[in-house]
Design a protein around this ligand. Structure first.
Ligand code: GLA
Length: 377
């Protein structure tokens, strides 16, 4: 039976951020093992996705894509079977242009045959990039084509569109059949990149919902400056903030670090069930910006399906300071007779009922995230 894909933001792992072109059958198998052994599958991560650089430089005599035998000597079907045997799902990568971003064959004018190939390998997820698009070809039409080609296979394949938000992707990507759409250029493992991607999301909250989510790019949590996009690195506080933002904004959560050797702290961040529950809330609502002081201190608020709210406090400045949020700004009049009960989802702790508002003192680049319940006082 065909089910609705992407009911909640897709969760998984992708090879690009850490490994770039250094991918192989054994890396993918070890990563699948680590997904299970290190608790990621239990936390909800299920897609294991090979990004660019998996194929040969040319198609076979029938025009089909072929795996690079040096990297994947057992072939894609065998790898796919292995990943499925772990109760995980298998993702791959192609491109709407004539070549992928790293220069391997793209799916331009091969959309249907490539979708067939992916389906025959048991692929469950396709990331579809945007490099080398012929100038005269219409970008939106190329995403509609691959969307159709994937549907024509009869296999459930989640369509992860990656045109970096071009052509106002938010306005048409859902209609093209995508289940997630990249809204930005490539993330880097440093604080400025996290901040910039976040600020690019303002006023986009209405374009991310059940069935098709705004993809803020793969996570860099736990990279600490190592790997393909490891330009500078972040500290654990910044990774926690990064993860909180992606969760509040209901972005897909695709881990980009080496989960075979991840720090304890990064593992804790990526598997915090109460924070993930906000991301996976079944109503899939976006967060609105409720407070902005000096363009550095922010609070975002998002209604949840059980009648509660998620509230995130963020200090983007470089000094320790407070983030201020009067409840008036989120809809509660002063004399309503109601207050707000807060539960800290990082600390797993109820911290009390607050009548007029709540302010939080935060270290540079730090955050606090709460579940909030509106209660009579
Ligand atoms: C683009 C995408 C990245 C990654 C690379 C692979 O830059 O945005 O996420 O897939 O291509 O070459």
């Amino acid at each position: 039976m065909i089910q609705m894909l992407s009911k909640t933001p897709p969760m998984g792992w992708n090879s690009w951020n850490t490994f770039g072109g250094q991918i192989s059958d054994s890396l993918l198998r070890e990563t699948a093992d680590a997904m299970v052994d290190n608790g990621f599958r239990d936390a909800g991560y299920k897609y294991v996705v090979i990004d660019d650089c998996w194929s040969k430089l040319s198609r076979d005599e029938n025009g089909r894509l072929q795996a690079d035998e040096a990297k994947f000597p057992k072939g894609m079907r065998a790898l796919s079977d292995y990943i499925h045997s772990k109760d995980l799902l298998f993702g791959m990568y192609s491109c709407a242009g004539t070549r992928t971003c790293a220069g391997f064959p793209g799916s331009f004018e091969h959309e249907f045959i490539d979708a067939e190939t992916f389906a025959s390998w048991g692929v469950d997820f396709l990331k579809y990039d945007f490099c080398f698009k012929p100038n005269k070809a219409d970008g939106p039409l190329l995403y509609k084509r691959m969307g159709m080609a994937l549907r024509a296979t009869g296999r459930e394949i989640l369509f992860s569109a990656c045109n970096w938000g071009g052509d106002n992707a938010e306005t048409w990507m859902r209609s093209a059949g995508a289940h997630m759409w990249r809204s930005t250029g490539d993330i880097q493992d440093n604080w400025n990149s996290i901040k910039d991607i976040t600020m690019m999301q303002l006023n986009k909250e209405c374009y991310s919902a059940t069935g098709c989510f705004n993809d803020m790019d793969m996570l860099v949590v736990g990279m600490y400056g190592k790997g393909n996009v490891g330009f500078g690195g972040c500290n654990d506080e910044e990774y926690k903030t990064h993860f909180s933002l992606w969760c509040l904004f209901n972005s897909p959560l695709m881990i980009g670090s080496d989960i075979r050797n991840l720090s304890k702290k990064a593992t804790e961040i990526l598997t915090n069930k109460e924070v993930i529950a906000i991301n996976q809330d079944e109503e899939g609502r976006g967060a609105y910006l409720a407070s902005n002081w000096d363009n550095t201190r922010y609070a975002w608020v998002r209604p949840l399906s059980n009648g509660e709210y998620a509230i995130g406090y963020f200090n983007f400045s470089d000094t320790r300071t407070d983030v201020i949020l009067p409840w008036w700004d989120i809809g509660l009049p002063l004399h309503s007779g109601y207050g707000v009960a807060l539960r800290d989802v990082w600390e797993h702790e109820d911290i009390g009922v607050f009548k007029e508002g709540f302010n939080k003192i935060l270290d540079p680049h730090a955050c606090a995230v709460y579940r909030a319940k509106i209660v009579k006082i």
